[in-house]
Design a protein around this ligand. Structure first.
Ligand code: MSP
Length: 648
C-alpha cells in the first residue's frame, strides 16, 4: 500500500446524476480535480483522473418517465452534455465511467456476491413508511403525524407502513474499525471540521444499511435474486474501483488503487467517509488516502441546484469569458472546503482586476516593450543587479510555497501567492522605469536585463498558473516563442532563467479583455441570449425607467476606518457610517487612495446592493467611482452632508 502513493496519483470526482444537465456546482468539483491532476503530472507522477456519471436508481427512472423516454436514453443524452462541458473547460480526465457500462455492473455484482458469502451482506426485512403513489419508502426523518401515521412529503398523500424483503450491509459491525481507522489516519477526511463531523456521527452508533430495493427496476440486479436491484449508492460508490480497472484491468488497478483523493461536495460526505470505507474494509480493499469535502456554491444564499431553479449555466459564462476565467474564479474566490457565494460583481471584479489588469496587462506591457525596444527579440541581459536578483529569489520562494500549497490541495492560497508575486513584478517594472532607460542609448544593457528579468517572471507565472489556467499558460509560453508547452515541463526541470536570448517573441493579444458588469449580467442571466446581445454598450442606449432607478438606495456614507486587505494591491476594507447603522464595504480604490486619505471622507454608496464576499471579506454595499485607466476616482461632496442622506 505504501509504495502506491509514491509515483502515482489517483483522483476522482463524484459521478454525476444524469437526471439533469451540468451546472456550476458540478463544474466546480471537476475543475478542482483537473487542477490537482495537472499539477501532479508536472510533478512527474503517473496520474489517473476518473470522472463519470451515476445512471441508475429511482431519481433517473422518474426523470426519464417524465420526459417520456427510457432511463438509458436519458442517460445517453445527458452524458453528451457533461462531456461537452468538460471539453470546453479543458478537463483532462483519463476515463469517463458510466455506471451502465457492463464491466461496472459485473464488478458491483461480484463485490455484492463476495460480501454476501462473507456474511457482511444478509437478507432481512426492511420496515418503513411507503408511499404507493410515489412508489417509494419515505426517509426516516419524515416526522410522525399526531395520529401516528406519516404523510409523503413529495405528494402529500398518506403513506402506509410496509415491510419488504431487503438485503442489508452489516454496517454496525464496522463502527469500531472505522473509528480506529479515522484515529490512525487523521488525513482521511479533510478539512478537519468534516472529520470531526464524521467521527461524532459514527460514535453515535451505526445501523445496518438496506442496500437493495424491490421497488426500483432501473438498477443492477442482485446476483441470483433479480427481483431486487442494488441500491444506487452501493452501485455508484464502487465506480471508484471498477473505473480503476477492478476485475477487468488488473495492471491498471494494481497501479492506481487506492485513490489518493476522492473530491466530493459536503452533501455526500457520509456516503464517502462512512459507507465507502466500510464497504472497502468488508471487501478487503486498501482504503483511499483522503476524502476531501468541498463547500457549496450558493446563489441567493442557498445551494445552487436545479431543483431550486437558481443554477448558473456554465456555457453562458464560458461563451463570455472562456474556460480559464471561470476556472480561476471558482478556485480563487473561496478556499476549498468553504461555501462560496457566486455574485456577478465578484466575478467581474476578479476578471477585470486580477486577470485583465494584474496578469494580462503585465504580459502585454512586457512583450510590447520587447517589440518596441528590441525588435521582438529576447535580449541578451546586461549584468544582474540586486533588484534583479531579488525578483528571481522572490520567484523561487513563491514557487516553493505554491507547490507546497498545490500539494496540500490549497488552490486558492496558491493563487493568492502567485498574485503577490505578480504585483511584485509590476512594482519592479514601475521602480526600474524601463521606458525611461529606453531613451538613453548608454542604458541599453540595463534595459535588456530588466526586460529579460520581466520576461523570465512572466514565463514563471505562466508555469505556476498552468494547473489552474492551462490555456492561458500555454498562450503566454507561446507568446514567448517557447517550443514546449508548460504542461510538458516537469517541475524539477523548470528553471526561472531558462529563457533563450535571441529567440523571437510573438505579438501578444489581450489575454483577458475587461468585461462590463451590466453587459455580463444581461448575458449570463438570460439563457439562450448569450450570442444575440453581444453589442458593445456604446452602440445601444438601454433606457431604464425612473421606477427602476428608484430601486437603488443611494446614500451618503462617511468613512470611519480604512485598512488595506492583505495580499491585494487594490482593495481597502472600510467601515462606514450610514446614519443609523455602520457597515463594512470593500472598495477597489487602494491604487488611488491610501487608507488615511479616506478616513472622515464622504461619498455615495449603493446601500441595497446584495452583500458579496470579495477576497474573503464581506462587502455590504458599493461606493460609486469613476474609472480611469483602471484606477478609481471617487466623487466627493463640496460640503459636509449628514451620513445616511438619500441621494437621488
Ligand atoms: N451521484 C451522486 C454522487 C455519487 S459519487 C459515488 C451525486 N451526484 S450530483 O450530481 O447530485 O452531485 C455531484 C457533486 O456535485 C456533489 O459533490 C455535489 O456536492 C456537487 N454539487 C452539486 N451542486 C453543488 C453546488 N451548488 N456547489 C458545489 N458543489 C455542488 O451526488
Amino acid at each position: 500500500m505504501e509504495g502506491k502513493f509514491k509515483n502515482t496519483f489517483y483522483v476522482t470526482t463524484p459521478i454525476y446524476y444524469v437526471n439533469d444537465v451540468p451546472h456550476i456546482g458540478h463544474a466546480y468539483t471537476t475543475i478542482i480535480a483537473d487542477a490537482l491532476a495537472r499539477y501532479q503530472r508536472l510533478c512527474g507522477k503517473k496520474v489517473y483522473f476518473l470522472t463519470g456519471t451515476d445512471e441508475h436508481g429511482q431519481k433517473i427512472e422518474k426523470a426519464a418517465a417524465e420526459k417520456g423516454m427510457s432511463p438509458k436514453e436519458l442517460a445517453d443524452r445527458v452524458v453528451v452534455r457533461f462531456k461537452e462541458l468538460w471539453q470546453k473547460l479543458n478537463i483532462s480526465y483519463d476515463y469517463f465511467i458510466r455506471t451502465t457500462e457492463e464491466f461496472h455492473e459485473r464488478g458491483v455484482q461480484k463485490i455484492f456476491q463476495k460480501l454476501l458469502e462473507k456474511g457482511d451482506i444478509y437478507k432481512g426485512k426492511y420496515q418503513g413508511w411507503y408511499c404507493v403513489s410515489e412508489e417509494n419508502f419515505l426517509s426516516e426523518d419524515v416526522p410522525l403525524e399526531p395520529d401516528g401515521s406519516k404523510i409523503c412529503p413529495d405528494c402529500g398523500r398518506q403513506a402506509t407502513l410496509l415491510e419488504e424483503e431487503s438485503y442489508f450491509f452489516r454496517l454496525s459491525a464496522y463502527q469500531q474499525p472505522l473509528l480506529d481507522f479515522y484515529a490512525a489516519n487523521p488525513q482521511f477526511v479533510r478539512p478537519q471540521s468534516r472529520m470531526n463531523e464524521v467521527v461524532s456521527f459514527v460514535r453515535q452508533g451505526l445501523k445496518d444499511l438496506s442496500i437493495t430495493r424491490t421497488t426500483v427496476r432501473w438498477g443492477i440486479p442482485v446476483p441470483g435474486d433479480p427481483k431486487h436491484t442494488i441500491y444506487v449508492w452501493f452501485d455508484a460508490l464502487h465506480n471508484y474501483v471498477t473505473g480503476a480497472g477492478y476485475d477487468w484491468n488488473p495492471e491498471l488497478f494494481e497501479t492506481f488503487w487506492p485513490a489518493d483523493v476522492h473530491l466530493i461536495g459536503k452533501d455526500i460526505l457520509r456516503f464517502h467517509a462512512i459507507f465507502w470505507p466500510a464497504f472497502l474494509m468488508a471487501a478487503g480493499f486498501p482504503l483511499p488516502r483522503t476524502v476531501f469535502g468541498h463547500g457549496w456554491w450558493l446563489k441567493d444564499e442557498t445551494k445552487m441546484s436545479k431543483s431550486k431553479g437558481n443554477v448558473l449555466d456554465p456555457h453562458l459564462i464560458l461563451e463570455k469569458v472562456g474556460a480559464d476565467a471561470l476556472r480561476y474564479f471558482l478556485l480563487r474566490e473561496v478556499p476549498v472546503g468553504l461555501d462560496g457565494s457566486f455574485s456577478h460583481e465578484g466575478f467581474v471584479h476578479r476578471v477585470n482586476s486580477d486577470l485583465a489588469n494584474d496578469l494580462g496587462n503585465l504580459v502585454q506591457r512586457t512583450l510590447t516593450m520587447v517589440f518596441n525596444y528590441f525588435d521582438g527579440e529576447i535580449p541578451v541581459p546586461g549584468e544582474e543587479q540586486d533588484s534583479d536578483r531579488k525578483l528571481a529569489e522572490h520567484f523561487e520562494e513563491t514557487a516553493a510555497r505554491v507547490y507546497a500549497l498545490y500539494d496540500d490541495y490549497a488552490l486558492s492560497r496558491a493563487l493568492e501567492e502567485i498574485w503577490v508575486f505578480l504585483n511584485a513584478v509590476n512594482k519592479y517594472l514601475a521602480d526600474q522605469e524601463p521606458w525611461k532607460l529606453a531613451k538613453k542609448a548608454e542604458e541599453k544593457n540595463r534595459l535588456a536585463r530588466i526586460l529579460f528579468q520581466a520576461l523570465c517572471a512572466v514565463r514563471g507565472v505562466g508555469y505556476l498558473i498552468y494547473p489552474v489556467m492551462p490555456e492561458t499558460a500555454e498562450k503566454i509560453w507561446n507568446f514567448l516563442g517557447e517550443s514546449k508547452k508548460p504542461g510538458e515541463v516537469l517541475k524539477s526541470w523548470f528553471n526561472f532563467y531558462h529563457l533563450t536570448s535571441g529567440n523571437r517573441i510573438r505579438k501578444p493579444e489581450a489575454l483577458f479583455p475587461r468585461i462590463d458588469l451590466m453587459e455580463f449580467i444581461g448575458e449570463v442571466e438570460k439563457p439562450g441570449k448569450a450570442i444575440e446581445s453581444r453589442k458593445k454598450p456604446e452602440e445601444k442606449m438601454e433606457y431604464i425607467t425612473y421606477d427602476e432607478f428608484k430601486k437603488m438606495d443611494l446614500r451618503v456614507a462617511r468613512v470611519l476606518t480604512a485598512e488595506r486587505i492583505p495580499g491585494t494591491s487594490k482593495l481597502l476594507k472600510l467601515q462606514i457610517d450610514l446614519g443609523n447603522e455602520t457597515r463594512q464595504i470593500v472598495a477597489g480604490v487602494a491604487e488611488t487612495y491610501s487608507p488615511e486619505d479616506l478616513v472622515g471622507k464622504e461619498f455615495i454608496v449603493i446601500a441595497n446592493l446584495k452583500p458579496a464576499v470579495i477576497r474573503g471579506v464581506e462587502s455590504q454595499g458599493m461606493l460609486l467611482a469613476a474609472e480611469i485607466d483602471g484606477k478609481a476616482i471617487i466623487p466627493f461632496f463640496d460640503r459636509e452632508v449628514p451620513p445616511g442622506t438619500k441621494v437621488k
